[in-house]
Write a protein that binds this ligand. Structure first.
Ligand SMILES: Nc1nc2c(ncn2[C@@H]2O[C@H](COP(=O)(O)OP(=O)(O)OP(=O)(O)O)[C@@H](O)[C@H]2O)c(=O)[nH]1
Length: 800
């Protein structure tokens, strides 16, 4: 049956739905895609198809064709319905479906006592057959089994009829496990979730939400609760009985419907479920009595129970035989297959063999199929009558959320997607700004500073070397420094010295060194940008950005360092320096030496402060000088202290002497570099500082050109694209949501927006439903037949 109304127009709810464009995430929930997996078609298509659960392939129809209709486990009875009746039934089923969807939506908003639509709550003693009844309704074994009190948490079960789908599957919306088609897996997950409640706590009121999508289930919302126990085991907490009773009592309050399960072989007077329901529903208006194990008592007794007047229930009793038959005949296999038809067939064979007690004349309701139908009808009407109060509760919640949105967030809309997109744009923008300020010049300056240090090291090793390892008098060898100003270019010592120093510089591994220096600078800049961006409070994004830059730089560096090494290869054999280069080198090294001098003098000052003042340092340095000059002879090696100075003071004194000597050398070399002699490149042996600087400059020029073209350009091109890939299209909706919620401020903002949207949406849905319901009631009022049916079914229900 389609949704086309009798007068040919589309039904109101669909109209409303088409007019209101819900956000995508919301549509996901409405379409039954709640917990990360995709929902079945029946969850959201508005029921544009037959709404009754399909019969399983091995149905009871053939077996029960003759007498089945009388017992209600035969589903073909509706074939007799006239068109108008079918249309109206479909409409009511659609209402229930939508109400159940709204119920699920309200669940996502959060547990609130007023903010919910009624559900069917299943209570019963342990072993009364609760699980068997629920599984018969669902058509699958999926509930936890075992003797160790395996139901410890409420299970909020939403059944979604998916008429056009074939697949049957479950989803745990809160766990995001996606669709689970294997019902033994659902059973295992439920068992694990229940057993996670420690035995000492025995029960928890934190519900497990489970949705089951199938063409064979009716649209229902059921809550399974731990079974009442009579006696507390020795290893169980003493207050367990009370705790279970309290939990059940909490759930069986208005407006929920109570499904009180009692076994036929236990006297109804002793039924804990009926006793508990009486407490909260003394007039028996919202309790359905289910009598299980009808096959365990004789038929006459069974009939007596079902017509019981002592515990009269307006919604009546239904007798069932919901035990799953043993798979001896090969008719069906236990496990993952659908068990409905086997159960119904088994029931049929039992009830039909006692026509006097359970036949049409007996006026009793029996069979799982009848139970299902009763549940649907009752839920439908109960939900419909709750629409008004729930919609008022939603209105007041919405008013609160709207106020918070206005006051706290100035009505600024936000979604995880826009937040990510804006953050990414801002980040890429600041990266582009950086790339415009970091080019060849900056690379050059970085490299030159690095090579200046290498030159200073080389000079210290090969020309200025005056080691100060111990306190011994230095050997009377010629001081190379004092010889340097008169270095003879013909003497192999000086040629070798300069050639070796130049070779050390050119064979330093410039390719790798320069690439590493620039890559590190780029990485540091990326890290700085991240630290000052909105991504700073998002560990996931920080990691993704850092990984993006590291991997690009690593990939690029590998080849670039080799290629650069090849570029500078000619300098490894011969370096020619022209006049301009020489004078530029002279100028540059002067600056480098001055800076080095400043650093040396600063370091001496630091030592001075460390040892407790200038005078103290001067004393110890004077002592070291006298020892080195041979004026004072040490006993021993001075390791444990000497001359009244502690070992550590002597150590710091030696550092200061070294720094002072180095500063002296630098001053001396500064004078040399400035001298006329060093103005001419022919005197390169006298002025290795200038020559090595010029070599370093040549290497830098080659490297900066190459790195600018190869490393910078390629990095500037690839990095933003890699960011798009890592933080853009490759992320799923869930990833984006998780990302945005890493920042507590954004999470709060998103929560308010989402809550508000959801409440607005639910309210619209509710209004549409209420309008539809009102129209149905008006129609119903005009139809004597349906009015009659309404009265028969309890009078109180407004929809029939
Ligand atoms: N003969 C018969 N046995 C049934 C029927 N329904 C359930 N049983 C059996 O009764 C036992 C208990 O059934 P369950 O469905 O597990 O009962 P429960 O109330 O869920 O039990 P707990 O999970 O322990 O609370 C099982 O061995 C079922 O096979 C029935 O209609 N007839």
């Amino acid at each position: 049956m389609s949704l086309i109304c009798l007068d040919g127009r589309r039904m109101g709810w669909l109209n409303t739905r088409e007019r209101f464009e819900a956000p995508e995430w919301l549509r996901g929930i409405m379409e039954g895609k709640g917990g990360g997996g995709e929902g079945g078609s029946g969850g959201g298509n508005g029921g544009e198809g037959p709404r009754e659960p399909k019969q399983s392939s091995v149905g009871p129809v053939a077996a029960g064709a003759a007498t089945g209709a009388a017992f209600g486990y035969e589903s073909q009875e509706d074939d007799d319905r006239d068109e108008e009746r079918i249309a109206r039934d479909d409409q009511m089923m659609l209402l229930t479906k939508k109400m159940i969807q709204i119920r699920s939506l309200l669940q996502t908003i959060g547990q609130s006592e007023t903010l919910t639509l009624p559900s069917i709550v299943v209570i019963g003693s342990q072993s009364s057959g609760k699980s068997s009844v629920l599984e018969a309704i669902v058509g699958h074994e999926f509930l936890p089994k075992g003797s160790n009190m395996v139901t410890r948490r409420p299970i909020e079960l939403t059944l979604v009829n998916t008429p056009d789908a074939h697949a049957e599957y479950g989803e745990f919306p809160a766990l995001g496990l996606g669709k689970i088609t294997d019902f033994t897996q659902i059973q295992k997950t439920l068992t694990d979730l229940n057993l996670a409640v420690p035995p000492s706590q025995c029960v928890s009121d934190d519900p497990i939400q489970l949705r089951i999508y199938s063409p064979n289930v009716p649209d229902l919302s059921l809550i399974d609760l731990p079974g009442y126990i009579q006696v507390v085991g020795r290893d169980q907490p003493a207050d367990m009985k009370e705790k279970i009773a309290e939990l059940c009592e909490k759930y069986i309050q208005q407006p929920n419907i109570i499904l009180a399960i009692s076994a036929a072989d236990v006297d109804l007077a002793n039924s804990t479920a009926l006793r508990a329901s009486r407490k909260v529903d003394p007039r028996g208006e919202r309790t359905i009595g289910v009598i299980t194990k009808m096959d365990l008592v004789d038929a006459a007794r069974g009939n007596d129970i079902l017509t019981d007047r002592k515990y009269a229930l307006r919604l009546g009793y239904v007798g069932v035989v919901s035990r799953i038959p043993q798979p001896s005949t090969g008719l069906f296999k236990r496990g993952n297959g659908n068990i409905t038809s086997a159960i119904v067939k088994n029931e049929h064979s039992y009830f039909s063999s006692h026509p006097t007690e359970f036949g049409p004349e007996a006026s009793v309701s029996v069979g799982t199929t009848n139970l299902r139908k009763k549940l649907m009808t009752v839920l439908e009407t109960t939900m419909a009558s709750s629409l008004k109060s729930t919609s008022e509760a939603i209105q007041s919640e919405l008013a609160e959320a709207t106020y918070e949105f206005k006051v706290q967030y100035n009505d600024r809309p936000l979604s995880a997607e826009t937040y990510l997109a804006e953050s990414l744009d801002a980040y890429k923008h600041s990266f582009r700004q950086f790339s415009e300020t970091f080019g060849r010049e900056e690379v050059r300056s970085l490299l030159k500073t690095e090579l200046d240090q290498q030159v200073l090291n080389l000079l210290a090793q090969r020309y200025w070397n005056k080691p100060l390892q111990d306190l011994n008098t230095p050997l009377p060898e010629a001081d190379p420094l004092s010889e340097l100003p008169k270095a003879d270019p013909e003497h192999p010592l000086w040629t070798l010295k300069l050639d070796a120093s130049t070779a050390s510089l050119t064979k330093l591994g410039i390719g790798r060194l320069a690439t590493t220096v620039v890559a590190k600078a780029l990485q540091a800049q990326v890290d700085r940008l991240t630290a000052t961006s909105t991504f700073a409070s998002h560990p996931f994004a920080r990691k993704a950005i850092s990984e993006a830059s590291t991997s690009i730089l690593k990939d690029l560096s590998y080849d670039i360092s080799d290629e650069l090494e090849i570029c500078i290869k000619p300098y490894k054999y011969r370096v020619e320096v022209n006049d301009a280069e020489w004078s530029h080198g002279r100028e540059n090294i002067t600056g480098v030496l001055k800076e080095e001098l400043r650093v040396c003098e600063g370091a001496v000052k630091d030592v001075e402060n460390e040892v407790g003042g200038r005078k103290r340092l001067k004393d110890v340095m004077g002592f070291i000088d006298r020892v080195r000059g041979g004026q004072v002879v040490l006993e021993g090696d001075g390791v444990g202290g000497a001359g009244g100075f502690s070992a550590s003071l002597l150590r710091r004194g030696r550092d200061a002497v070294f720094l002072r000597d180095r500063a002296d050398i630098i001053k001396m070399r500064l004078l040399a570099v400035k001298s006329k002699q060093c103005a001419n490149r022919k005197n390169k042996y006298y002025c290795p500082e200038v020559f090595l600087d010029a070599v370093a400059d040549k290497l830098t020029t080659t490297a900066d050109l190459f790195l600018d073209a190869e490393l910078l350009s390629k990095f500037y091109y690839s990095f933003p694209r890699e960011l798009d890939a890592k933080l853009g299209h490759s992320l799923s909706k869930d990833d984006i949501e998780r990302f945005a919620r890493e920042d507590p401020k954004i999470k709060r903002h998103l929560d308010v927006v989402k809550r508000k949207d959801l409440l607005e949406h639910v309210l619209k849905e509710m209004d549409a439903l209420r309008a539809l319901e009102a129209r149905e009631v008006r129609r119903g009022g005009n139809r004597g037949a349906s009015g009659e049916r309404k009265r028969k079914e309890g009078g109180k229900w407004s929809l029939f």
